[in-house]
Write a protein that binds this ligand. Structure first.
Ligand SMILES: [Zn+2]
Length: 211
């Protein structure tokens, strides 16, 4: 059990750009600018529709990413049945209710049953689901379900801590802006001590989530 950090990036701009309807996004952004009373021709805004379309290609690339391609050949047969924990995986997503960011960290644990996943693949799986329009609860479950389906482990657990801009920026229910969600399968659901070991590990030494 150790704390591992990653810096690799799943995003392939060329691939994502091909699959989005870029002109339609640009047109829509232009209309928003007009609708709020702005002048889309002024210098600062001139290229904004184009920039936003490119940004969405990146932030929503998860729709066009094949989970099998993400995992590729990185499933290994091993005789190891201790808990594997990957902690503090950063994520950035967009809430599907407001199209505003929510962000934070994901903690993943699983207990292998003959198969393990290359460690760099966990952040890629997180990105696969974070880079879509999301709600945190569903994202949490999707990460857990995919790892379960790929590895058929004895158990898998995912905890996500997120800060939600739609809560913070809009000034409503600020106390709810920080949200923790979890999804547990197998041993983590059935066995309190297993669950506890994971939760204690991710709680240890972690600084509070903040911007
Ligand atoms: Zn929202």
């Amino acid at each position: 059990m150790e704390h591992i950090e990653f810096d690799d990036n799943l995003f392939d701009e060329r691939l994502a750009g091909e699959k989005n309807d870029t002109p339609a996004i640009q047109e829509a952004v232009l209309r928003i600018l007009q609708a709020v009373g702005e002048n889309p021709e002024r210098d600062g805004l001139k290229r904004t529709p184009e920039r936003v379309a490119r940004m969405y290609a990146e932030l929503l690339s998860g729709y066009h990413t094949d989970p099998n391609a993400v995992v590729n050949d990185a499933i290994f047969e091993v005789k190891y049945d201790e808990m594997v924990i990957v902690r503090d995986v950063e994520f950035y997503s967009l809430c599907e209710h407001h199209l505003l960011p929510f962000m934070g960290r994901v903690h993943v644990a699983y207990i292998p049953d003959g198969k393990v996943l290359g460690l760099s693949k966990i952040p890629r799986i997180v990105d696969l689901f974070a880079r879509r329009l999301q709600v945190q609860e569903r994202m949490t479950r999707q990460i857990a379900d995919l790892i379960r389906d790929l590895l058929h482990p004895q158990g898998v657990a995912v905890v996500v801590e997120g800060l939600h801009m739609c809560m913070m920026m809009r000034g409503v229910q600020k106390h709810n802006a920080r949200m923790t969600t979890s999804a547990m399968h197998g041993a983590f659901r059935a066995n309190l001590a297993t669950r506890q070991e994971f939760l204690e590990n991710i709680g240890r030494g972690a600084s509070p989530l903040q911007i």
